[in-house]
Design a protein around this ligand. Sequence first.
Ligand code: ZN
Length: 212
Amino acid sequence: MPQTYTGNLTNLPLEALVACHECDLLMRREPLEPGEKSCCPRCGFELAVHRQQWQRRCFALVLTALLLYIPANFLPIMHLTLLGQTRSETVWTGVLGLFESGMPGVAVLVLLSSMAIPLVKLLCQLLVLLSLRFKVARGTGMRLYRAYHHLREWGMLEVYLFAILVSIVKLIDIADLSLGIGLACFVALLLTQVWLELNMSSYQVWETLSSE
Ligand SMILES: [Zn+2]
């Protein structure tokens, strides 16, 4: 692991400096060899990692996530039998159900946080990766990556999954309930997105966007 320098930094240009995301300690940016990572000497926060083959891995993950998006949202999450009637519930029918129940505000919020924003985030990531891969439209790539960072807090798939699990636990005593393929796709989509975010490190994306 490279040593980070925190001595006299006054004569260094801004590009040569890095601030710790957690404790704001200012340091000199050290070049990383493939596979190396640097951590903050004060709080231990991981400042940067130099992953190899990260663009190919991210491409595969973003395409997988986009393929999972349709079944996760439009295939049944659960089949519910109550008083002799069976219904199949999907994320999309959940949004429509909220709207028809007189809760348009909540319906719009669920639509945005569980369907629209996760899709826009994935498309931003795909376009940034395409910009990096083909070395085109770097300015647009930077704007899209900035937009992606602003959207991160608004895509809440994990909150929606938690709500699904709570409703399953509550319904299991009063109705005959079986889980659908949509739930497996939803969990797979969530895990793929987490894996993608771990691999698509901001450090390497910004470095590549601004260097070539
Ligand atoms: Zn720190």
